[in-house]
Design a protein around this ligand. Structure first.
Ligand code: ADP
Length: 697
């Protein structure tokens, strides 16, 4: 209330202007300072203080607190602001009651509720005027006075303080709005920085550590972890941790035994989890002492949880919704970076694996880029191209690296024709290579060299043998056959003589067949056509033995022959099977000393026929046993020096047995003889001739 006598004397216009000026101030603290200054300037007050509602939006217990005092800076008043407050609800205090009734109050001797403040300020006498916003007592302006305050000062103070409440309230709201905006701006700035920093990071460990560091700093956490999550195995892998003390191994073990604890729960649910008190959470893993609250946030990548960020605090109920929102925003950004980092790490490891494989393969591999410079070259290239072992060839032009070799021509050809090239080249190291050059988009030209020297040598040997065999054997056979034909044309043969001639011609034909088989060894390799039929074993083996009998008799070698059961059949191609057994029995006789013994035995063995050719001959050492089936391999020993052979027989035998889906093996001891086994598929006896129709009736 404005005292009646002051009404005429207060300079209302000046006051209105002053209040207008106060209303333009937007900063709470600046406004307070202005209020205090104006009060002491316009009245006889020695100093002043402003009380203001603690919480404008608060309900229940409304408290006035000292917010501005002459000579107190905002910093020095802070302890008073926090410790001194005057409840205004139902207050029986004289000052507060007076203000509640819109009255000016001048202190008397009664012990006011405001005494703690007055004592601190060391005021002897004081007065105060209230300020309302609507019906609510919002502020009070207190002044330190000597004696009584003049009616004019009282009037001015009452009128002035009436506007202080609303001005303070407005600036407080404004300040809060600005603070909120600042916090948001700050958060945005932080997120922007995070974006920038994360986008520059591709190393997974850095990405994890940086993300965790930001999460902990923003939330004021003491510890934190990042765990990557694999949906397929439902497993977490703790990849980064900060702030924990003691043994990391112990923590890792605890986490493993708890299968990830809260972090795993969050990974499974895909939802953030704020645990204000960890003692109430059964999934909490006590990996660090003194931790009271925990916050875990999932990191998503396209609806998939790929990681979990967890932060922990020593304060109970530490994490706010703001913390959670910030961490979720951080997680959204980190998700991409983490995924990129993971992909990058995978690519790097794949690349390393690949380059290790390339550098270790025996073939020469050189990759040239679009400008014909070396992009990659493996170790094998060094000796083949006669380069320096410690030289750096990446980036060097093809013309330099391939210089003085036939490869340069091949390379130029590939550039001209843009076609994959496959050519045989002879390199300066004297070896032959198969060079393949092909163009691959986004990579360049890939040159691969395979060493085919041994293949070439074998090929050469084979060619020599074949030409010898075909020339030296085929030629006389043709002549022999021709004379026999001529003989039959000029002479008439009957009975036994005709049989002899025909036997001789058949033998010639058999030999020709054998030679043709030899010539077609390559054909066997690439899969010859078998004319499979059921072959009765006894006559078949007998035929083979008969063919060798002459040689055996010459060395007085006895051939023992048995078939059990007698009517045993095998399924095979006649020429090939003949070739197999003639060869094996022939070898047995050939590699057995005079007066030795050869045993040929055929028996049924499950669904196969087992033929054993055993001799009492030279025997074969274990090392040679491993090689006798190789092409052109002959045992070189003094005992075998005078024995003729090509080293091809067993190679052909093995191949023929294999293409019959059979097996061949040898058991032998040097000096004691050898035992060759052949297993071949069982054949069926030929169907008996059909019964006459009459007999069926
Ligand atoms: P070749 O008999 O023309 O030398 P093979 O391929 O038939 O060629 O045999 C390879 C080698 O295996 C022979 O050189 C010989 O040393 C050895 N060998 C084959 N059969 C016997 C055998 N029954 N006893 C001892 N050695 C044998």
């Amino acid at each position: 209330m404005i005292p009646a006598e002051a009404k005429v004397e207060v300079n209302w216009q000046a006051l209105a202007q002053l209040q207008l000026k106060l209303a333009t101030l937007l900063d709470f603290e600046a406004l307070l300072q202005e209020v205090l200054r104006e009060v002491t300037a316009n009245t006889a007050a020695k100093s002043a203080a402003v009380l203001f509602l603690e919480n404008l939006t608060g309900t229940g217990n409304i408290i006035l607190r000292p917010v501005g005092i002459t000579r107190y800076t905002p910093g020095s008043i802070q302890p008073l602001r926090e410790s001194i407050g005057f409840s205004i609800a139902n207050s029986s205090d004289a000052a507060i009651s007076a203000w509640a009734e819109h009255r000016f109050y001048t202190s008397d001797e009664t012990n006011s509720a405001l005494k703690p403040l007055i004592d601190v300020l060391q005021w002897q006498k004081w007065a105060g005027a209230p300020s309302f916003v609507g019906d609510q007592l919002t502020a009070a302006v207190l002044v330190e006075i000597d004696g009584a305050l003049s009616a004019l000062d009282q009037g001015w103070l009452s009128a002035f303080s009436a506007g202080v409440g609303i001005a303070l309230k407005n600036t407080r709201l404004h300040t809060q709005a600005i603070a909120g905006l600042n916090a948001r701006m700050n958060e945005l700035a932080i997120l922007q920085r995070i974006d920038l920093e994360l986008s520059e990071q591709i190393e997974p460990d850095h990405v994890y550590e940086m993300t965790l560091d930001w999460a902990m700093r923003y939330t004021g956490s003491q510890c934190g972890t990042i765990a990557t999550y694999d949906e397929a195995t439902n497993a977490l892998r703790f990849v980064s941790e900060l702030g924990y003390e003691g043994q990391a191994d112990t923590r890792a073990m605890m986490r493993a035994s708890a299968r990830g604890g809260i972090a795993r729960r969050v990974a499974n649910s895909g939802r953030s989890d704020n645990i204000p008190d960890i003692t109430s959470d059964p999934d909490y893993m006590p990996v660090a002492a003194q931790i009271r609250s925990h916050l875990s946030i999932p990191v998503n990548k396209e609806d998939r949880v790929i990681a979990v960020i967890s932060v922990e605090s020593r304060k109970l109920n530490h994490y706010t919704d703001d913390h959670m929102t910030f961490l979720e925003r951080l997680a959204a950004r980190a998700g991409n970076a983490m995924d990129n980092a993971r992909l990058f790490a995978e690519t790097v490891s794949e690349r390393e694996k690949l380059s290790r494989i390339v550098s270790n393969i025996a073939d020469v591999v050189i990759v040239f880029d679009e400008n014909n410079n070396v992009l990659l070259m493996n170790q094998s290239a060094i000796p083949v191209l006669r380069l320096y072992a410690d030289g750096k060839y990446e980036g060097k032009p093809a013309a330099e690296v391939l210089s003085d070799t036939a490869l340069l021509e091949v390379y130029d050809k590939s550039r001209t024709y843009h076609q994959p090239i496959n050519e045989e080249v002879k390199m300066p190291n004297g070896r032959a290579y198969n060079a393949q050059l092909s163009w691959h988009a986004n990579i360049g030209r890939i040159l691969v060299l395979q060493d085919i020297t041994s293949l070439k040598e074998t090929d050469q040997l084979k060619n020599e043998l074949i030409s010898t065999v075909s020339h030296d054997l085929k030629q006389p056979l043709t002549v022999m056959n021709g004379y026999l034909e001529l003989l039959q044309l000029t002479q008439t043969f009957e009975g036994r003589s005709l049989e002899y001639i025909q036997n001789a011609r058949r033998s010639i034909m058999n030999m020709r067949g054998l030679i043709d088989d030899l010539l077609n060894l390559a054909k066997i390799e690439s899969g010859i056509q078998l004319n499979v039929s059921s072959l009765e074993i006894k006559p078949l083996l007998q035929g083979c033995i008969n063919g060798i009998r002459g040689a055996a008799a010459a060395k007085m070698i006895a051939i023992d022959f048995s078939v059990e059961p007698v009517d045993l059949y095998l399924a095979g191609d006649l020429t090939s099977i003949n070739q197999v057994f003639s060869n094996l029995i022939g070898n047995a006789v050939k590699y057995t000393s005079p007066e030795g013994k050869v045993t040929v035995k055929a028996e049924k063995n499950g669904d196969a026929v087992l033929v054993t050719i055993q001799d009492t001959g030279l025997g074969i050492s274990p090392e040679d046993q491993a090689r006798i089936f190789d092409r052109f391999y002959r045992v070189r020993r003094p005992e075998t020096d005078n024995i003729e052979g090509t080293g091809l027989g067993l190679a052909i035998v093995k191949r023929l047995v294999e293409i019959h889906r059979g097996q061949i093996g040898v058991e032998s001891r040097l000096g004691e003889g050898s035992k060759f086994f052949v297993r071949l598929p069982l054949g069926k006896p030929e169907a008996p001739p059909a019964e006459p129709e009459a007999a069926q009736e």
